[in-house]
Design a protein around this ligand. Structure first.
Ligand SMILES: Cc1ncc(COP(=O)(O)O)c(C=O)c1O
Length: 446
């Protein structure tokens, strides 16, 4: 008999002593080194950094967080951010994801959109709204925007075919699409209305938050958005089935339903998905940002009102139509001038005055927000030899894509001057911006 066998008296399962009495406790995966990397990202003074370093060095057993939202021993920040977002937007369900592109694709897939289907998207939006359609193997149908710079409801209605499976309204540059007309159109046609709220987080239409009006809302929390966690996104909806399917798509169909390992409760609940999960780091930052949203919006709106009040009237000057001025996030002010030539000169002159002005469309400058540059779609590019999504329908039945297909959109965008608004602007900042605009427009539009 071996030594080990001699020592064994009784199996633990039969009341004997345990061979391994206890393992650990071990340090957590994340410790002070990881926390230091985070602290180092903030601009503390060197003296304060030194103090923090000393505190960290003095820690001998600092337990780091569990950065995965599921199976988390502590309340998940991602789940708390979902709760906060649900409350802010006023929907029954909310799902955190790692980007708005992911939110869009998860929503498209949850709506059952797939091969050979068509989805109506506006000609002015970041490419992701259309790319997500093609990545779902469906066909984006590009439609004009109107003077609100959001989807033109009449053009959208004309673009509906027997293949149409959804309409996407994009609340561009902080302001709502024509939600009353679009909700009515979607209802009449029995189509879901997807709200791309990437650029208008916190905005509203007639008292209802964007992302809580259509069938589903898709939010971006990338760096350039109203609320940001560097990268991140949310899906909001009142539809439990859509939420369940989006949740499955966002996590390889790991099926976080009430019971993760249960069999399908209903046809369409189980399928293979992808991984769009948000990490606890993003969740923590997103949570803080969601809580600040209304204060930030108040700052943007105050600044916008001061700037607008200070701008004189000029022949040939008009403003982007706001479908609900009170609900505009006011992250920017968009003015239309009489021609692209005057617009170009105005932007140069405004720049020289120090006004934070930019153009929206210049035929010589490539920009993924303008359909005319979406060669991926216009030239029906595909990632694989199967030619999808374009080969799913007979070629003559594909939309007639061309750079000129939405002339009204190009005309409006080519005459747009975009004034950036910061919610930290002082009164004097706003007055000087208005003064700069008046100075330039007096010369150019007299
Ligand atoms: C209108 C619109 N939709 C979708 C996206 C994609 O967002 P994300 O970067 O979070 O994927 C953006 C980002 O710029 C956007 O502006």
């Amino acid at each position: 008999m071996t030594k080990v066998a001699n020592e064994v008296k009784a199996l633990a399962i039969e009341g004997g002593s345990k061979a391994v009495p206890m393992l650990g406790p071990f340090p957590t995966k994340l410790g002070k080194e990881e926390l230091w990397e985070l602290i180092d990202m903030w601009d503390f003074s060197p003296a304060k950094k030194e103090k923090i370093r000393e505190i960290l060095d003095g820690e001998t057993n600092l337990q780091g967080p569990h950065l995965f939202r599921y199976y988390n021993p502590k309340p998940s920040r991602v789940a708390t951010a979902e709760d906060a977002m649900r409350e802010l937007i006023g929907t029954k369900y909310c799902l955190a994801v790692n980007s708005c592109t992911s939110a869009l694709i998860a929503s498209y897939r949850a709506l059952g959109i797939g091969m050979g289907d068509e989805v109506i998207v506006p000609a002015y939006t970041f490419f992701a709204s259309a790319a997500g359609v093609a990545a779902s193997n469906a066909i984006p149908v590009i439609v004009e925007v109107d003077d609100s710079l959001t989807l033109d409801p009449e053009a959208a209605e004309r673009a509906i075919t027997r293949r149409t499976k959804a309409i996407v309204v994009v609340h561009m540059r902080g302001a709502a699409g024509q939600m009353d007309v679009l909700v009515d159109l979607a209802k009449r046609k029995g189509l879901p209305l997807v709200e791309d709220v990437a650029q208008a987080g916190g905005g509203s239409f007639r008292g209802k938050r964007l992302g809580g009006i259509g069938s589903v809302g898709c939010f971006s929390f990338d760096h350039y958005k109203v609320m940001s966690s560097g990268e991140g996104g949310f899906v909001t909806t009142n539809d439990e089935w859509l939420y369940t399917r989006a949740q499955s798509w966002h996590d390889t169909a790991a099926c976080w339903r009430p019971d993760r390992f249960a069999r399908e409760r209903r046809e369409g609940e189980l399928f293979a998905g992808e991984n769009y999960r948000m990490s606890e780091l993003q969740g923590a930052v997103a949570l803080a940002q969601i809580r600040k949203t209304d204060a930030m919006l108040a700052g943007y709106r105050r600044a916008r009102d001061l700037i607008v009040a200070g701008i004189d009237k000029f022949p040939g000057l008009s403003f982007r139509r706001l479908t609900d001025p009170a609900g505009d996030t006011a992250i920017c002010l968009i003015m239309f001038l009489p021609s692209p030539e005057v617009t170009r000169r105005a932007i140069e002159a405004l720049h020289a005055e120090g006004v934070p002005a930019g153009g929206v469309y210049d035929s010589k400058v490539r920009d993924w927000h303008i359909y005319a540059y979406w060669e991926h779609v216009l030239e029906t590019k595909s990632v694989a030899a199967d030619g999808l999504p374009w080969t799913a329908v007979p070629r003559p039945e594909l939309p007639k894509y061309s750079r000129e297909m939405c002339p009204r959109t190009l005309d409006l965008l080519g005459r747009s001057v975009h004034i950036e608004i910061n919610h930290h602007y002082s009164d004097e900042d706003c007055h000087s911006i208005a003064r700069g605009i008046n100075k330039v427009l007096h010369c150019l539009l007299k």
